[in-house]
Structure formats: C-alpha cells, structure tokens
Design a protein around this ligand. Sequence first.
Ligand SMILES: *Cc1c(COP(=O)(O)O)cnc(C)c1O
Length: 432
Amino acid sequence: MSTPLLRPPGFGWRESAPGVLELYAEQTRAAELAARFGTPLYCYSGRAITSRFRAFNRAFRGAPHTICYSVKANSNLAILRLLGTMGSGFDVVSGGELARVLRAWPGAARKVVFSGVGKTAGEIDAALRAGILLFNAESESEVERLAARAAGLKKRASIALRVNPDIPAETHPYIATGMREHKFGIAMSAAPAALALAASSRWLRVAGLSVHIGSQILESGAFAAALERVSCLARDLRSPLYRLRYLDAGGGLGIPYQDPETEVQFAERCRQYAEAVMRPLRNLKLRLLLEPGRAIIGPAGILITRVLYRKTNGRKSFLVVDAAMNDLLRPSLYGARHEIVPAVWRPGGASELFDVVGPICESGDFLARDRQLPEVAEGELLAILDAGAYGMSLASNYNTRPRAAEVLVSGSKPRLVRRRERVRDLYAQEFL
Ligand SMILES: *Cc1c(COP(=O)(O)O)cnc(C)c1O
C-alpha cells in the first residue's frame, strides 16, 4: 500500500500493522510524544525547518540577500537558535522579540531588522544599544523619534522607510497590510519628504526602503506589483543626501494549507516567488532583505491533541479535544482551515462529519467545522497540521488554560523546548 503524502520531510505515515498507519514526527511516533510530554503539544521538525530555510535561501542565490526570519510567526528560542546556526537574520516587531533573538543567538544583532508601527522609546533604545542592522520606520513622527533617541544615546541608526504601495493582496483582510487604508507604512508620495527629514539628522543613516503587503499570499503577482512600485521609487530617489543600500521585500509567502507539498514543489514555489521579487530590482544594486515567517515554519509544526469526549447535539457530531482556541487561534480568528489527521489511521475505514472543538466557553472556540474525519474514539489522538506558524505565538491563557508544551524533533531525538505552563504560573504576577 502506498502511503499518502503528509508534510515532508517532517511528518509522515508509517505502516505499523497491515492496514494501520501511524503518524510520525521524523523518527518518532506522535503517540509516543503525546505519552511522554502530554497534550496539547506543539511538535516541530528540525529537518523540516532546515530544509525549508535552505530552499528559500537557495531561491534567492541570484541576488545578494539576507533572510531575516519573521520572529512573530514562531518565537521559540530553540527555533530561533536553529535558524541562527543556518545564518538567518531576524525581523522583530517588539522589544520582547528583540530580547528573545539576543538570548537565542547573541551574535544576531547585526542581522536584525526592527519593523512595526508603534515602536516605543524604550524599544528603540534597546535596539540602538544592541546595534541592529536596520529600523524600518513607518511614519515621519517615528523618524523624528528615532533621530532623538539615537542622538540621546550617541548611536547612529540605519533606517529604511516602510512604504505602503497601495497594492491589494488576496488574503484574509486582517493580514493584508499593503493598502492605503491600512495603518502600515508611509504613502509612496510622502516618502521623499520623510527620507529628506531622516537625512537631515546626523544620527540617522538613510539606508533603504521596505515593503510588506501582507501574509498568506499565494499569488506571486501581488509581490511583483509591489516590488515594481518600490523599485520605481528607489530609482527616483537619487539624492546627494543619502545612498540606498537595502531593499526589504518583507514576508508574506503563503503555504498550501489544504494540500501537501513535496520538498521539490516547495523549492519550485520559492523560485517563482524569488523571480517575482528579484526581477523588478535588477540593476538597482541593492541588497535584498527577506522576512519570511510562515513559509519557513508553518508546515514544520503540528499540534497534537487528545479527544476528551464525543457528543451529538441533534444532527451535529462533536469531538471535544483538549486543545482550544487559546492554543491555536487561527480557525477562530481568520476562519482558517487546518488539516486534521488521527495519530493512528486505518485508511478505508468509516468516517463521519465532525466539528472539532475545544473546552473554552465560546461558540467561536473551534478547530474545524463540518470536517469529514475517520472514526476516532475518546482518548485517541488527533494532529492539527501546518500549525508551526502563528500557532504558539498567538496562544493565550484564556479560561486560565496553561499554554502547551513544545518539542523539537530532530531525527530520533525529541527535545522539550518549552515546558507546559503550570496553573500557578498563570497567577504568579497577581496580588491579593
Ligand atoms: C508578519 C510579518 C512578516 C512575516 O509574514 P509571513 O506571512 O509570516 O511571512 C514579515 N514582515 C513583517 C513586517 C511582518 O509584519
């Protein structure tokens, strides 16, 4: 029997008995991980992360570039360190993320870019002290704040201006960021004045332009259109006051949540994306910065959960599992669809239509709706696929639920990289 593709090279099936497939994370059974570390459990594959980073990096080999992994997709220290060892830089959007990066990979500062519309003075100071590569400034007021903080600390800062190219991206409205009505970036028409303002401070070095049009974008046309606009601007911005060195193309490359993709197919998609990004920039002599998050870590993680109860209300069947919207918010927040598979699967067996829901007291707490799933009994395990990005990093303690543990599997060795929170951790900061 040929085994269907799951999420290579991290997660796959193995036949444990005739007609019985078991879910593996590299060389380890998912059921073994659940037994050892408990559920709900985030599980990441080191091989998948490595393979995806390399494929992405290779796709841009035709241009001088630095990958700055977007920390907000998944900020576990062990994952940051793994990426650091491969030469990755980092895109941070808060002082907290900067602190994580410096903790995980002390030499990382010179490859850190700091994005975000609301950098505080304290966050700016921390980044200046660390000596990061680049601030992506998003307003004239921020440029002024950066100049003042840099002067105060007597540290020169390199800045790029994040422009808003007014390009619609086909994705969920909450994660589209490149249109006029969004809070992000500076209008293209306002960019020359903002750059001139920055150039007037001797504490700022105007170093580039940046753009990020959104997340989970599968059509490379939107990237090409955005980069086309930004490269036109870069050509127009020839000024004796500054020399642009960087073009930060942001992140946003999506992943196919519904379909498995081989490593070769992913590499091919990276090539197409790279082509769309690099073509408008030819002859510009700019170093390309890239900020992928989801494309690197999304399919490299799963969320393992145990079925607590089965119940039916009228004609509707529910699987109540021990993971909930506080563990994985994407279905509730974006209506996102994640594939769900049982940890032990008998292909060809009976299946049924289920809502997979968590224990949280909200009807919005669901992981899947009206999903055809194999028959699973109470106590059995399910795995929610493609949960590596915006899974744990969006997790909360709603309903005073401790956040899940995280394991990183590399070959046959699973390593706990975040222990499960204890209930007492959750009120440790409170006073009576
Ligand atoms: C979120 C974000 C990214 C990463 O987006 P992905 O879709 O995960 O690749 C990159 N750059 C900026 C500025 C972001 O806000």
